[in-house]
Design a protein around this ligand. Sequence first.
Ligand SMILES: NC(=O)c1ccc[n+]([C@@H]2O[C@H](COP(=O)([O-])OP(=O)(O)OC[C@H]3O[C@@H](n4cnc5c(N)ncnc54)[C@H](O)[C@@H]3O)[C@@H](O)[C@H]2O)c1
Length: 391
Amino acid sequence: MSLCLYISAEIFVVRNMVRVGIVGIGNIAAMFIQAVEYYRRYEREDGLIHHVIGNYRVHDIRFAYAIDVSKNKVGKDLSEAIFAKPNQVPKYIDVPRTGVVVRMGRVLDGVAEHMREDFEPANEPEPSLREIVKELEDNNVDVLVNLLPVGSAQASRFYAEAAAKAGVAFVNCIPEFIASDPAYSKMFEENNTLILGDDIKGQLGSTIVHRALASLVAMRGGEIVESYQLNVGGNTDFKNMLDHGRLHSKKISKTMAVASTQPDPEKILENLFAGPSGYIPFLGNTKVAYIYMKVLGFMGLPITIDLKLTVDDKAMASAILADVVRLAKALRDKGVKGSPDWASAFYFKYPPKQAKSDEEALLNLYLKLEELGIDIEPKRLYLWNYLKQKQ
Ligand SMILES: NC(=O)c1ccc[n+]([C@@H]2O[C@H](COP(=O)([O-])OP(=O)(O)OC[C@H]3O[C@@H](n4cnc5c(N)ncnc54)[C@H](O)[C@@H]3O)[C@@H](O)[C@H]2O)c1
C-alpha cells in the first residue's frame, strides 16, 4: 500500500516538471535562472504573462542540462556559471546548487573573431552529435533552449538537430531561421517532437512596441511612409553584433516583424529600418530603443511619432522564456509535432507565419490550446472574454 502511494507520488512529481536544457549560459540564462528561483521562493506570479500553461506554473521549471564553450563557465555548477564573466546580470537572488555542471559544447561559428577575448573558448574536447543526443536523453530534458550569439548559424543547427534526434522540444531564441525552415519542421515532426521560434520577441521590447504602434496606425487608416527603430545596449549581445556579417538575419527578423503588420508589407520595406545600432559599454544590459514614424493621416496630412523605450533587455527575454518553455512542454505532452506557427507567432519575431497583430496571434494561440484541451491562464485578451460571453 505504502509502495503504491510512493510510486504514484513520484509519477505526480515527474509529470509536473518542465526539465529545461540551455545552450549558451550568457546574460539571458543568468536572468532566467534567477527569475525561476525568485518566483518559486517567494511564491509570486506578478509580471508573468501567463501563470498557468497546461499543468505547469513557473515553479515547475527545473534546469536539467547546460552547455557553453567559455573556460569561465564550462565545468562549473550552473548556479555559479551564470555569474561568470563576461555575464553582467547582477545577483538578484542566491541560486542553490543545481547539480548541473556546464558541459563543453561544439564551438563551430558561435564565437566571432572579435569576441574571442570576451567568450574565451575553453581548450577542451568538443562533443559529437551522438554524445549530445545521449546526454539529452539521459538527463530527461524536455525542452532545449538556444541562447547562442547572433550569427551562430552552424552551431544553432547542430544543437537543433541534437534536440530533434533526442525527441526533445527546441526553442530557438535567436535570429537563425530554423523553426521557419520547412526542412527542420519536417525533421522535428519525424522525431515526434516540435520546435518553436525564431528570435524571441521581448515582453515589452522594441519590436513588440514598434509592431503595436504600426498595427494601430493601420487600424486607424494611416499610412506609414518611413520609420526606424534604433537599438543600443552595452553587453556581449550588442558587442557581438558589431560584426555586420553576423547581422543579416537579425535585420530581416526585426524588419519583417514590423512590416508584416501593414496592409502592403512590401511597400514599406524600402523606408523601414529596424536593427541593432550601437554598442555603448556603460549601458550594460539596459537597452535603449528610439522609434520614429512618419505617417500620412487624414487628408494626407503628416503625423510624427517619436518614442524612447528603456528596458532591461534580459528581463524582457526571460519573461517570454517563462512562457515558452512551459508551452513547448505542454504541446509535447499532447503530441504536437513539427513547427506549429500558431504557437510561435505571439512569442517570436520571425515565426513560420506572421500574424497581422499580436492580438490576432494571441487569439489564435488561445483557440488552438482550447482545441487541444490545454489550459492557459489568465487570458490576456479582452477580445477573448468578449467572444466567450457572446457564445
Ligand atoms: N531581449 C533579448 O535579450 C533578446 C531578444 C531576442 C534575441 N536574443 C538573442 O538571444 C541570444 C542570447 O542572448 P544573451 O544576451 O544571453 O547572449 P550572451 O552574449 O550573454 O551569451 C551567449 C553565450 O553563448 C556562449 N557560446 C558561444 N558559442 C557557443 C557554442 N558554440 N556553444 C555553446 N555556447 C556558446 C557564450 O560563451 C555565452 O555564454 C543572442 O543571440 C541574442 O541576440 C536576445
